[in-house]
Design a protein around this ligand. Structure first.
Ligand code: RB5
Length: 151
């Protein structure tokens, strides 16, 4: 599979309880493709706080030791808001295939955030597949991405 990400590195994946079942499904999807990953939890449907999982995934991606990140919660807003506190992170909330491509093409997103309560499980897999294979277009989009980080 061609990817703009360095898939020799593991993919960082995490969720809260609302995203747990979709996370498990996506882990099977990654395993099926022979991709390395690290599961940052959560590990059950028991209620947890999404920042406790979004921060470790964001730190892992920011470190450069992981190819990219996948985060899930009910709406994906909690994990996206949390991950985007990290300077090196561009976490994008995605609810469909076209969005999952465009956040790569235009925003060079490095974490995909999926709202488990608002998308079908199969669509989550399709979005991850598109996210991990779509190139950043650069050009005018690079100029904009370069203006995102706070000084
Ligand atoms: C959990 O009930 C829910 O609030 C959480 O998964 C997420 O949607 C928060 O943004």
């Amino acid at each position: 599979m061609h990817s703009p990400f360095d898939l020799r590195k593991p993919i960082a994946i995490g969720s809260d309880h609302a995203g747990y079942e979709y996370k498990e499904d996506l882990i099977s999807f990654l395993e099926g493709k022979g991709l390395a990953f690290k599961d940052f939890g959560t590990h059950s449907k028991d209620s947890v706080d999404y920042p406790d999982f979004a921060h470790p995934v964001a730190s892992a991606v920011e470190s450069g030791e992981y190819a990219f990140g996948i985060l899930l919660c009910g709406t994906a807003n909690g994990v996206a808001i949390t991950a985007n506190k990290h300077q090196g992170i561009r976490a994008a909330l995605c609810w469909g295939e076209e969005i999952a491509k465009v956040v790569r093409q235009h925003n060079d997103a490095n974490i995909i955030c999926i709202p488990a309560r608002f998308v079908r499980e199969g669509d989550a897999e399709k979005m991850v597949a598109l996210f991990m294979t779509t190139e950043f277009e650069g050009g005018r989009h690079a100029a904009r991405v370069n203006k995102i980080a706070c000084a």
